[in-house]
Design a protein around this ligand. Structure first.
Ligand code: BGC
Length: 759
């Protein structure tokens, strides 16, 4: 239905318009009945509905309706499957429609800067490309049901400690390359109905009142068309926020901030058209929902099955030394409280009131062939860190008597949640100790991990199998059993690196600072850091095993050379060389060999997941463009890929590169010149446009210092290096030539380059 919103808004009073820009209550927007403007409701969250009908809160403290708890993003991202993420979005959209929810508050796409962030379980990845692709697909799915999404938390919200006031001190290149792209990709590909601005400050300015962030970048550069919503309580100054582009404040402020807006308009501090603009954005989205509302057909039961499917497609088999899959006739000891009471979701605003839960124990008890062969020993409790001698002894005995032991380990609920960060990266000591004891009596030990974020694994070399279940949603147990017994072939891969220890992480020395957190590692986050430092990790980004094997061959590039206008098509053949059907995630990384700037060793720029029958070969095709090769040049204020050689790397993980080919970029993009008395000789020499003048001045300098040879001790290279970093003002200061001479040459260069639009 076509609506004339401008006309509608012209009929609204100032009070009604100000009121439209803040919540009616915790979850609803206001209505204006006389004008037919309905009140719509928003609700958490990304992996299931947390619709609160009675007491409300934003931290998951009060109850919500019974719903399906799907796997949180820490797990679903490991599917590397755009189709699955889209379908996931459709299912959430359907449930939301049926429950009268206009906007689902998710997905959450913040980058995992440190494994300690309490909310990592809700975030996709340490890699911006993967996070962006996953989010774009999910949003497309939800919105295909005419239910909105709220991609969050924009931006640089990477720790929970002091999240409502801390300032993330991040340089622009890192924002552009690491912390923004997930939002950028989602906006450009899927146009989320809303964007949620984060609580934190960015370089001193609250995200909620940052015009550069919410208007210049989000709207002008990326073309965002929906409305910006505040995180719950993220508004510091309502008038500045509205001016910056923060349209809807949530939750209700009981009219306080509405009055501030009204007064600002009356006092002439706020232009009424700014208010009208925000109201128009909000109404457009609300009507998009109400005008397209349809009956939805779904059952919680069938969505439970879908939750299991997502988990099966995402859990990551990290290690397998011929112990998995388990055989139905083997005697298996299931050990650990998480086998009976699995941990399957995180705490806080995304906490779902799941209508059902399946544990691994319950799942095997429903499988006739297996149930008689599985014994269970609790070993440790799932709620804390207490060594219980009797429980441990029983578990060790059970493990020793079985053919194999599967230990269901994990982080207790209190260890990780929204609102606070972890203080260490360890499992509870009691669990580490029990695993170490069991390895002594049982050579075929397998660990299944339940955690929202990586843990240190002191027992890794002693176990034979390891399944990273992350937080599996309410069908966790069924998915685990199906994967352990090979009913489903594992196909997830890690969306983050598992470092060996906390002190290896790039943000170790700055993470969790209280007022300002300095992102001193720059773009070197996750594998970008471990690769640059050539560090050992427990498991690299992109790693994940299958019960079959895949061979990579026949890498082809559509071109050997390209310009900034071109796209490059990359194809590779993948063959299933094993005896069971399986799925492989093929990854494409780009390595910059131009030396134009300090960059990560490689960066993910493409991936595809394909299903292959035994013996089958299929060709995977991926497309790259100039941006795939580029980094953000703050001088140019744009993306820049220098001319020169790049490697296209095709891998089964970031550290298992199977094939590579070089490609040459010929970029006509000219970098801006910085020409003044502090320009160095080297800067002049390394740019074609100024090289001649650089050579002239260098010659002068050498001559002044007594010629190239000196006493024969200095090589040309060394001579060059000695003067390279010298600002050209020094030539005059040392007396190699007059200041006028330097200035004259400089002016001519500036003149010339200006004529050619270089400066
Ligand atoms: C969280 C958001 C959430 C909101 C509403 C906030 O505390 O940061 O992610 O959507 O509460 O529950």
């Amino acid at each position: 239905m076509e609506r004339n919103l401008k006309e509608l808004i012209s009929k609204m009073t100032l009070e009604e318009k100000a009121g439209m820009c803040s919540g009616l209550d915790f979850w609803k927007l206001k209505s204006v009945e006389r004008l037919g403007i309905p009140s719509v409701m928003v609700s958490d969250g990304p992996h299931g509905l947390r619709k609160q009908e009675e007491k409300a809160d934003h931290l998951g403290m009060n109850g919500s309706i019974e719903a399906v708890c799907f796997p949180p993003a820490c797990l679903s991202a490991c599917s590397f499957d755009r189709e699955l993420m889209k379908e996931f979005g459709e299912v959430i959209g359907k449930e939301a429609q049926a429950n009268d929810i206009a906007v689902v508050l998710g997905p959450a796409v913040n980058i995992k800067r440190s494994p300690l962030c309490g909310r990592n379980f809700e975030y996709y990845s340490e890699d911006p490309y993967l996070a962006g692709e996953s989010a774009a697909a999910f949003i497309g799915g939800v919105q295909s049901r005419h239910v909105g999404t709220s991609i969050k938390h924009f931006a640089a919200n990477n720790q929970e400690f002091n999240r409502m006031s801390n300032s993330s001190e991040v340089d622009e290149r890192s924002l552009r390359e690491i912390y923004f792209p997930a939002f950028e990709t989602a906006v450009k590909k899927s146009q989320p109905y809303t964007v949620m601005c984060s609580y934190n400050r960015i370089n001193g300015t609250y995200a909620s009142e940052y015009p550069w962030l919410l208007t210049d970048i989000l709207r002008k550069e990326w073309g965002f068309e929906g409305y910006v919503i505040s995180d719950w309580g993220a508004v510091n100054d309502r008038v500045s926020a509205l001016k910056a582009g923060m349209d809807l404040e949530m939750p209700s402020t009981g009219g306080v901030s509405d009055k501030e807006l009204i007064k600002a308009v009356e006092d002439g501090i706020l232009d009424e058209t700014v208010l009208d603009r925000a109201v128009e954005r909000i109404l457009r989205i609300s009507f998009l929902y109400t005008d397209n509302k349809k009956e939805q057909d779904f059952t919680l039961e069938s969505d439970h099955d879908f939750a299991r499917y997502v988990a099966e497609q995402s859990m990551v088999l990290l290690k397998n030394e011929n112990v998995l899959p388990l055989k139905t006739d083997e005697k298996i000891a299931f050990i650990g409280g998480f086998a009976r009471t699995p941990r399957f979701q995180g705490g806080g605003s995304s906490h779902i009131n799941n209508f059902r839960i399946s544990s691994a124990l319950e799942a095997v008890s429903n499988m006739e062939q297996i149930s008689g062969n599985v014994i269970y020993a609790e070993g440790f409790s799932t709620t804390g860190d207490v060594w219980d001698e009797a429980l441990a002894a029983e578990a060790i005995e059970a493990a020793g008597k079985a053919d194999k032991a599967v230990i269901f380990a994990g982080l207790p609920e209190s260890f990780e949640s929204e609102s606070y960060d972890r203080t260490h990266m360890r499992l509870p000591d009691c669990q580490n100790r029990l695993i170490a004891e069991i390895i002594k009596v049982q050579p075929n030990t397998i660990v299944v991990l339940h955690n929202g974020s990586p843990v240190e694994m002191p027992w890794l070399s002693g176990i034979k199998g390891l399944l990273e279940a992350y937080l599996g949603g309410q069908a966790v147990g069924e998915a685990e059993v199906n994967l352990l017994y090979g009913k489903v072939n594992p196909s997830g891969k890690l969306a983050e690196t598992i470092p060996c220890k906390l002190t290896d992480t790039s943000s170790y020395l700055t993470f969790g600072d209280s007022e300002k957190t300095v992102y001193s590692e720059g773009v070197f986050v996750g594998y970008r850091y471990y690769d640059a430092r050539e560090m050992e990790v427990s498991f690299p980004f992109g790693h994940g095993l299958s019960y079959t094997n895949f061979a990579y061959s026949n890498l082809k590039l559509s071109k050997k050379e390209l310009t900034e206008q071109d796209t490059l098509t990359v194809s590779v053949d993948i063959t299933n060389t094993g005896s069971v059907a399986g799925k492989e995630i093929v990854q494409l990384y780009v390595r910059d060999n131009t030396g134009a700037c300090r960059r990560p060793d490689k960066e993910l720029k493409g991936y595809e997941k394909i299903a292959l029958e035994p013996g089958e070969t299929r060709t995977v095709t991926m497309t790259l463009d100039y941006r795939s090769f580029a980094w953000y040049h703050t001088g140019l204020k744009d993306w820049y890929a220098a001319s020169g050689l790049y490697d296209i790397l095709i891998g089964a993980s970031s550290r298992d590169i199977r094939l590579s080919e070089a490609v040459e970029m010929h970029s006509a993009v000219q970098l801006p010149l910085k020409l003044d008395l502090n320009t160095t000789l080297d800067e002049l020499l390394s740019d074609e446009r100024t090289k001649e003048y650089g050579e002239y001045l260098t010659e002068k300098m050498y001559t002044f210092f007594g010629g190239y040879e000196s006493d024969g001790a200095l090589s040309d290279d060394m001579n060059h290096a000695l003067v390279a970093s010298m600002p050209i003002r020094n030539l005059a200061a040392f007396g190699a030539c007059t200041k006028e001479e330097v200035l004259d040459g400089l002016n001519k260069l500036v003149e010339n380059t200006r004529r050619n639009q270089y400066v």
